[in-house]
Write a protein that binds this ligand. Structure first.
Ligand code: ZN
Length: 390
């Protein structure tokens, strides 16, 4: 019931110096220079964080928790994710979503998986929908899904500028976004439209058209994978400048299959050099989804599976390459994401009243200990809590 993390150097994400953190049940109740507990209190789980950094648990807003993919036929459908795969990557809050396969994968299956992860100890949300428009829903409309299904906080991932999309027109996107907008208002949810942006020639054009020709606020949209092409990334920088949120996908590296892509640290560096507002920039992993590769003619050449580990690997690199200090780099996967998804101040920060979601890093920025909702999930890099069938 009581957990005390002692003597760590806290980045909340603001640098707070050496602090003790007391959690009761799932909540942080005190962050002080020194906390001594009375003997009568009963058993306390104590973690010595001396010589370590203490940061908020990571929030990954793009994980195919119920599996994804299938571009190479049924054998390439990826399996469901396990609890410890997420926790050992420092992820204590996850947003699950469907992707290209809205036929054999259902939003009902996604919701069930999200509920399972919540029971196993982390926090989960979902986006209703899949790549297509009209998209997959529980109730027949995005609006009522947002209103009626607690875990639904937006719609996604809706594919644009991709050969696997339904080639949506700006009108189709506008109708979809208006559904998310009104459903979000009625359900008191962010109503995010999470857009998968492919490598198509249209880039962010459909989005710019919707923004300039409708009354839907720019902050309703979160385009992701925007660092997959250099030109697309430059358009996304313009979108950010106009007040939008953008989401970078971790694990993207310029290689033979995508020579024009921009790695996360490089992308963040370029945005910082342009003097843009980094508080509206986030990073997600696209974990557990398929990673199909296509040749110039659109023929499938290989299918891999995405790892959630890339999330911290890439943000860590932002620090190691001296692009940003630790306290700013971690906002990309903590407080910034909480702000986009309207989870603040419950998530993304270490403060009195927030959830006890905590990652403890050693001086080399390795994830040593992970706590989710007040429970230790990872100790000394090893999972100590496992999913039901792990
Ligand atoms: Zn995607």
């Amino acid at each position: 019931m009581f957990s005390l993390i002692k003597n760590g150097e806290v980045f909340a994400p603001k640098p707070s110096g050496r602090k003790d953190i007391l959690a009761v049940g799932e909540k942080i109740v005190s962050v002080r220079d020194k906390i001594d507990l009375p003997a009568w209190l009963g058993p306390v789980t104590e973690v010595d964080a001396s010589g370590h950094y203490v940061v908020p648990g990571f929030i990954d807003q793009h994980v195919h928790i119920a599996g994804g993919g299938g571009e190479g036929g049924p054998v390439t459908r990826t399996p469901e994710i396990t609890l410890s795969t997420l926790t050992t990557a420092g992820i204590t809050t996850v947003v699950g979503l469907l992707g290209v396969d809205g036929i054999t994968r259902s939003v009902a299956g996604l919701l069930a998986k999200a509920r399972a992860l919540e029971t196993e100890g982390i926090t989960s949300y979902i986006f209703t929908g899949a790549y297509e428009i009209p998209t997959r829903t529980f109730t027949g409309s995005i609006r009522s899904d947002l209103f009626l299904i607690d875990k639904v906080i937006g719609v996604g991932e809706i594919a644009i500028s991709d050969h696997r999309s339904v080639q949506p027109t700006p009108e189709m996107l506008s109708v979809l976004a208006s559904e998310a907008r009104v459903g979000g208002l009625l359900g008191n949810k962010p109503g995010i439209v999470h857009l998968h942006v492919g490598e198509g020639n249209q880039g962010l054009n459909p989005l710019f058209e919707v923004i300039s020709n409708t009354d839907i606020p720019v902050a309703q949209f979160v385009p992701t994978h925007i660092n997959r092409l250099s030109g697309l990334f430059e358009e996304a920088a313009e979108f950010l400048k106009s007040g939008g949120y953008i989401d970078l996908t971790a694990g993207i590296t310029p290689d033979n299959s995508s020579p024009g892509s921009v790695e996360v640290y490089e992308a963040v560096g370029r945005l910082a050099n342009k003097g843009l507002d980094l508080s509206r920039v986030t990073v997600s992993s696209d974990g557990n989804g398929s990673m199909p590769q296509f040749d110039m003619n659109g023929n499938l050449t290989a299918v891999g599976i995405g790892s959630v580990k890339v999330l911290w690997n890439d943000v860590q690199k932002v620090v190691n390459e001296n692009i940003l200090p630790l306290q700013t780099a971690i906002t990309l996967i903590t407080s910034n994401v909480a702000a986009v998804l309207r989870l603040s101040p419950r998530k993304g920060v270490i403060t009195e009243g927030s959830d006890a979601d905590i990652v403890i890093l050693d001086r080399n920025l390795r994830i040593k200990t992970v706590m989710a909702r007040g429970k230790i999930m990872v100790e000394n890099e090893k999972p100590v809590a496992r999913g039901y069938f792990e």
